[in-house]
Design a protein around this ligand. Structure first.
Ligand code: HEM
Length: 416
C-alpha cells in the first residue's frame, strides 16, 4: 500500500506520542499546510483534515467503504491501523445491506426509546454522585462511568461487570498496541466478556426479558430470523459506542469548565444553556477524533490521486475546527448557533446513539454542576489517555468539592 509518489506526502501519525501531546495543534498545522495528504505511517493512509473533504468522503459510501472486505483486514476496518475487535454491525457494513441493520438499531436508539431510558439514566446519575458526595473528593472518571453502566444495563448484560466492559473497550482503542494494558484487554478481557455476551444472547432466545438483547434476537433480516452472530456484532458495537464516548465528552467539559469559572457559573445559573453548550463541547472536544474508510476505485478526490484499497482517515476533530466552516473555531462559545459539527459523523453511519449520548451528557453535567458547583481539579495530577488518535479522554481526573448529602438511601445505591 505504501506509495511515496502520492502527493502531498505529509509527516503525520495520529497515534504518535507527539500527536497525543497536542492533537488540536497537529490538525491545525495540517489544515494550514496540507488539508489533504498522504502519510507513510501504519502502512500508508490519506488524511482528510478540512470540513469539506471529510463531509464529502463520509457521504460517499460507494467510493469510501467501511467494510473489512474493502480494507482487506481482520481487524476493525474503521480505524487505522485495523484493531483486533469483533465484526461490528452496522458500522462495518455498506449500503444497501447496511439499511436492514440500521433500521433495527434505530428502534432502540430513537428519541422515543431514549425517552423510555430516562428513569434509568436518572437513577444511575444520582447514585454515582451519591457514592462520592459525602467525601468531598473523588476521581471524576468514577462518576462518568454512568454512560457505561446505563449501556450495559440497557443491553441486558450483567450490570456488575459494567466497568470491565468499559475498561476493555477503552484500552483497545486508547492504549498503545504494544502496551500491557492493550494486550490484557485483547487477549484476556474481550474474550471473557464476549463469552458472557454469547451466553446472554442464547439465554434471551430461550427466555426474553425487557432489554435490548431480547429485542434484537426477536428481529428479522430479509424475512429470516436474525442470527446470533448478527446480534453479537450489534451488541458489541453498542458496547463500544456507548461506554466511552459520552464519558470522554463530559470529562473534557468538566476539565475545561474548571478552568473557566465564569462560564461554569453561567451554566449553573441557567441550566437550560446546557443544550447549546453540549453541542459546542461536542464540536471542540470531538470524543471520537477520526475514523477510517477504504477507497473502492482509483479516483481523483479533492486533488488527491487515490488508488483502490487506499486507507483514508476522516478527522471529525479537525473538520470541527476548520476556520472556513466555523468562525473563531478555537474559541469555545457555549452560545454558538448554528453549530453544524460532525462529532457524531455524517452520512448514513452518523451516530445511532446521538440522542442517548446527548441526553446522558446533559443529565450528568447538570447533576455535577448542581451538587458539586465549587469543584476544583488538580490539573497537575490529570492523566490523559496515552493515545489520542481515535478516542480522547482522561484516565484520572482528581477533584475536590464541598461535601453534600446523599439523595438516595444507601440500600438503593447499587452501582455494580
Ligand atoms: C458523545 C457521544 C458519542 C459520540 C461523539 C459518538 C460518535 C460517533 C461517530 C463519529 C460515529 C460515526 C461512525 C462512522 O461514520 O464510521 C458513530 C456511530 C455510531 N455510534 Fe456513536 N457516538 C456517541 C455516543 C454513542 C452512544 C451512546 C451509542 C449507543 C449506545 C452509540 C452508538 C453508535 C452506533 C451504533 C454507531 C454506528 C452507526 C452506523 O454505522 O450506522 N454512540 N458514533
Amino acid at each position: 500500500m505504501s506509495n511515496p509518489t502520492r502527493c502531498p506526502v505529509i509527516h503525520f501519525d495520529h497515534h504518535s506520542p507527539e500527536h497525543a501531546k497536542d492533537p488540536v495543534g497537529a490538525y491545525r498545522a495540517l489544515r494550514q499546510t496540507h488539508k489533504r495528504g498522504w502519510t507513510e505511517a501504519h502502512g500508508g493512509y490519506w488524511v482528510l483534515s478540512d470540513y469539506q473533504s471529510v463531509f464529502d468522503a463520509a457521504r460517499d459510501d460507494d467510493l469510501f467503504s467501511s467494510t473489512r472486505e474493502a480494507a482487506g483486514t481482520d481487524g476493525l476496518a474503521i480505524v487505522i491501523p485495523p484493531t483486533p475487535m469483533y465484526h461490528h454491525i452496522p458500522i462495518e457494513v455498506d449500503p444497501p445491506e447496511f439499511r436492514k441493520y440500521r433500521k433495527i438499531v434505530n428502534q432502540v436508539t430513537a428519541p422515543a426509546a431514549v425517552e423510555r431510558m430516562k428513569e434509568m439514566v436518572e437513577r444511575y446519575t444520582v447514585a454515582f454522585v451519591d457514592s462520592v458526595i459525602e467525601k468531598g473528593e473523588c476521581d471524576f472518571t468514577t462518576i462518568i462511568g454512568v454512560p457505561a453502566i446505563v449501556t450495559i444495563d440497557w443491553l441486558g448484560l450483567p450490570v456488575k461487570d459494567w466497568k470491565r466492559y468499559a475498561d476493555a473497550h477503552r484500552a483497545t482503542l486508547a492504549e498503545p498496541q504494544d502496551s500491557e494494558a492493550f494486550r490484557h484487554a485483547v487477549e484476556v478481557e474481550l474474550p471473557a466478556l464476549s463469552q458472557q455476551m454469547w451466553d446472554t444472547i442464547r439465554a434471551r432466545r430461550q427466555e426474553p426479558k425487557d432489554d435490548v438483547i431480547s429485542f434484537l434476537v426477536s428481529q428479522k433480516v430479509d424475512d429470516r430470523p436474525i442470527t446470533d452472530e448478527e446480534v453479537f456484532a450489534m451488541v458489541d458495537l453498542l458496547v463500544s459506542g456507548g461506554t466511552g464516548t459520552t464519558a470522554s465528552l463530559v470529562s473534557q467539559a468538566l476539565v475545561w469548565l474548571a478552568k473557566n469559572p465564569d462560564v461554569r457559573q453561567e451554566l449553573i445559573d441557567d441550566l437550560s444553556l446546557l443544550d447549546r453548550a453540549v453541542e459546542e463541547f461536542l464540536r471542540v472536544f470531538s470524543p471520537t477524533q477520526a475514523l477510517a474508510r477504504t477507497v473502492t476505485r482509483d479516483v481523483e478526490f479533492h486533488g488527491c490521486s487515490m488508488k483502490k484499497g487506499d486507507r483514508v482517515l476522516l478527522s471529525w476533530a479537525s473538520a470541527n475546527r476548520d476556520e472556513e466552516q466555523f468562525e473563531n473555531p478555537d474559541t469555545i462559545d457555549i452560545h454558538r448557533w448554528p453549530n453544524r459539527h460532525v462529532a457524531f459523523g455524517i452520512g448514513v453511519h452518523r451516530c445511532a446513539g446521538s440522542h442517548l449520548g446527548r441526553f446522558m451528557a446533559k443529565r450528568l453535567l447538570q447533576e455535577i454542576l448542581t451538587r458539586m458547583p465549587d469543584y476544583t481539579i488538580d490539573f497537575d495530577a490529570l492523566v490523559p489517555f496515552h493515545d489520542q488518535g481515535t478516542n480522547v479522554g482522561f484516565r484520572s481526573i482528581p477533584a475536590k468539592f464541598t461535601p453534600g448529602k446523599r439523595v438516595l438511601p444507601l440500600s438503593e445505591a447499587v452501582i455494580g
